[in-house]
Design a protein around this ligand. Structure first.
Ligand code: COI
Length: 330
């Protein structure tokens, strides 16, 4: 039995080896290459593939994979927005993801960035770089005085809500599915009320048509002046041009963006900013009150270990049992 693992990076290797030792009946082969039309034939003869990439799994790649007899595909991450769901179903794919690899990894990072915006750390570092060690005018705000609006209370949003509440913030939340466990510390409200009352808004939703550009000119116009926006979910949840306007007007007082609409052009690679054709990114990057990070909220040792081991086990379940508790229903 053979599982082929695409897109392997160094941090993952020890966990792949560990899993291999625990499953001597399986041959695990790996490549650093992402899964695309050029690399798809590397997995010929395998029973399943395990993958991790932000770039789309192209239709051509899925077709070739299926024609090589491989329809069991396990993602080492949670998001499934880079797969053509309809085609995958038509080709008979069974796809798993790792829905809960470490909610704390992402939640902790979003809280960190909210604190960084409140304490204005980027502004201070920029000043220090110029020998300016003055305090003023960068006075901070305290988390315990904030109203934090959590959009989406799945695993990550719920974990973040508890963390923000631990800092003494008032936490309000909107979610299609309420988490009864949270109701002791969080006030559930309608989305419009959340936009109107929050001083910090943090997003924890997947990217689907209904959430695309949910933060836009209209929704920014409902928000409090100086609201802080945190996005560790997916770039396309925010209309970046509307955000730029809202930052210009002061409606938005700062933003921490770990995800961007066009991030695959720039994140997790060496870039020359001058050569990048992405005006919104360049505009946002230069702002002292905008924190851009290259999709690193997930990137912890605990999360990577779980992503690797859980996805391999899910792929093995697909191969040996024909199903998995991590099967994605498209
Ligand atoms: C996810 O798990 O979907 C993430 O956002 C991690 C990402 C690097 C693919």
């Amino acid at each position: 039995m053979k599982i082929y693992v695409y897109g392997v990076y160094n941090d993952e290797v020890p966990y792949i080896k560990e899993w291999q030792q625990e499953h001597p009946e399986v041959t695990v082969e790996t490549t650093t290459k992402l899964l695309n039309e050029e690399s798809v034939d590397l997995s010929k003869g395998s029973n399943g593939v395990v993958v991790f990439q932000q770039e789309p799994y192209s239709d051509g790649t899925l077709k070739k994979l299926a024609s090589n007899g491989i329809t069991k595909m396990s993602l080492r991450n949670v998001g499934v927005d880079n797969i053509n769901h309809e085609l995958a179903n038509k080709l008979g794919f069974q796809i798993t993801n790792v829905p809960v690899y470490s909610p704390a990894a992402i939640a902790e990072f979003s809280v960190t960035q909210a604190l960084n915006l409140l304490r204005r750390t980027k502004e201070f570092y920029l000043k220090l770089g110029k020998g300016d060690y003055n305090w003023a005018p960068h006075i901070a705000k305290e988390m315990n005085n904030q109203v934090v609006g959590i959009v989406g209370t799945g695993n990550i949003g719920s974990t973040a809500a508890k963390m923000f509440a631990g800092f003494g913030a008032k936490v309000i939340a909107y979610s299609r599915h309420k988490n009864p466990e949270l109701e002791k510390i969080v006030e559930y409200v309608e989305l419009e009320e959340l936009y109107k009352r929050s001083t910090i808004i943090s997003l924890y939703l997947p990217h689907v048509p209904a959430t695309s550009k949910m933060l836009n000119e209209e929704t920014f116009s409902m928000m409090k002046d100086g609201v802080l926006i945190i996005n560790t979910a997916r770039g396309p949840l925010i209309d970046e041009n509307a955000l730029i306007k809202a930052l210009d007007s002061g409606r938005v007082g700062g933003a921490a963006l770990d995800v961007l609409v066009g991030e695959t052009k720039i994140f997790n690679q060496q870039i020359d900013e001058d050569q990048v054709d992405y005006p919104e990114f360049k505009n946002l990057l230069k702002r002292p009150n905008v924190l851009i990070t290259p999709h690193i909220a997930f990137y912890t040792d605990q999360a990577v270990k779980n992503m690797v081991k859980m996805s391999l086990s899910a792929n093995l379940d697909l191969i040996t049992k024909g199903t998995s508790d991590k099967l994605v229903e498209f």
